[in-house]
Write a protein that binds this ligand. Structure first.
Ligand SMILES: C[S@@+](CC[C@H](N)C(=O)[O-])C[C@H]1O[C@@H](n2cnc3c(N)ncnc32)[C@H](O)[C@@H]1O
Length: 312
């Protein structure tokens, strides 16, 4: 069984610039993964800064605890979802944070370890849960959805134009009792979409991504966290979000813009009664990976970071 946890953190220098950790600061890495970003934040806020790490994947929690053990009681790692951040911070005795980092998406071990059931390149169970102790597996989801519901999901979360015939093919294989593994699911997609052409992404990519987003309620999780902002930031505190999907980035941009420019008055309104802005943008647009980073770590290619700072 695969046990190593190897994940190359993306946009490392930009994360440190945007989060701007300082000695004595209190930070939360809400998607701590293998602890790569967290380790650099802990180094930057030495000797007395603290970090609470959260991850919904128990294997990430174990890996982050091992990697960050040298920081002693400056670090605490908790298992949970970031939509539960208020309770997790309270349990750790943290009232507010000077920096919150959210690095969305999946970790490399989740994709690389066949038994996690995320990958169309490996034979694994149809699982795809980031937290294997919680929620519905991909197999259960696929069995529960009608063909139309599945097609809508594949189109919405995967942007797949062949969503309808792919959903039909998946449901046909399921009805025939031949949809057991990630390879079976990939076969169902390829029967419609063909095989990977040179230079293209694998045609199964979009369907697997869509099912994974649904299994893990990823957009609901992100919306719940964004709705809490500007809490739990202290005044002056920053939140940095790295997204890998346009749907995620759109949610982040909309919420950040809404907090930074909350006025919705018509132009001719004599007196504005909207709340004042609670944050200001740290990045004018978003930060992307350099060509060198994308070359060295192809999984980082679509990463975009946005950041805001609480001002009241
Ligand atoms: C891209 S990885 C983070 C890698 C990490 N920054 C590092 O340096 O190793 C994303 C992590 O977020 C976790 N995750 C995704 N959604 C989550 C959620 N709603 N709550 C908590 N953790 C989540 C995943 O389990 C995964 O470990």
């Amino acid at each position: 069984m695969e046990t190593t946890f190897e994940h190359e953190p993306v946009l490392m220098d930009s994360v440190l610039t945007l989060l701007a950790p300082v000695p004595g600061g209190v930070y939360c890495d809400a998607t701590v993964g293998g602890g790569g970003h967290a380790e650099r934040v802990l180094e930057a806020c030495a000797p007395d800064g603290r970090l609470l790490g959260i991850d919904r994947d128990p294997e990430a929690v174990t890996a982050a605890r091992a990697r960050l053990a040298r920081f002693g009681d400056r670090v605490s790692i908790r298992h949970g979802r970031f939509s539960q951040i208020e309770g997790l911070l309270a349990e750790a005795g943290v009232k507010s944070v000077d920096g919150l980092l959210v690095d969305l998406g999946v970790s490399s071990p989740q994709l690389d370890h066949a038994r996690r059931g995320f990958s169309f390149m490996r034979v694994g169970p149809l699982d795809m849960r980031m937290d294997p102790t919680d929620g519905e597996t991909a197999a259960t989801l696929l069995a529960r959805l009608s063909e139309d519901e599945l097609a809508d999901l594949i189109f919405r979360f995967g942007g797949e134009r062949l969503a309808r015939p792919i959903a039909r093919s998946i449901k046909a294989m399921e009805a025939a009792g031949s949809l057991e593994t990630t390879s079976d699911l990939a076969v169902a997609v390829r029967r419609v979409a063909g095989r990977k052409a040179k230079g293209d992404i694998d045609p199964a990519t979009r369907t697997f991504q869509a099912i994974r987003i649904a299994v893990n309620c990823e957009l609901e999780e992100l919306s719940s966290l964004l709705d809490l902002l500007p809490e739990p930031l202290a005044v002056g505190g920053r939140v940095v979000v790295i997204s890998f999907h346009s749907l995620e980035d759109r949610l982040v941009k909309k919420r950040f813009d809404g907090l930074a420019s909350p006025c919705s008055c018509p132009r001719d309104m004599p007196v504005c009664s909207c709340p004042p802005p609670s944050v200001e943008h740290v990045t004018r647009r978003f930060v992307r990976v350099t060509a060198a980073e994308a070359g060295a770590n192809p999984r980082a290619r679509s990463a975009r970071a946005r950041a805001v700072r609480r001002i009241r």
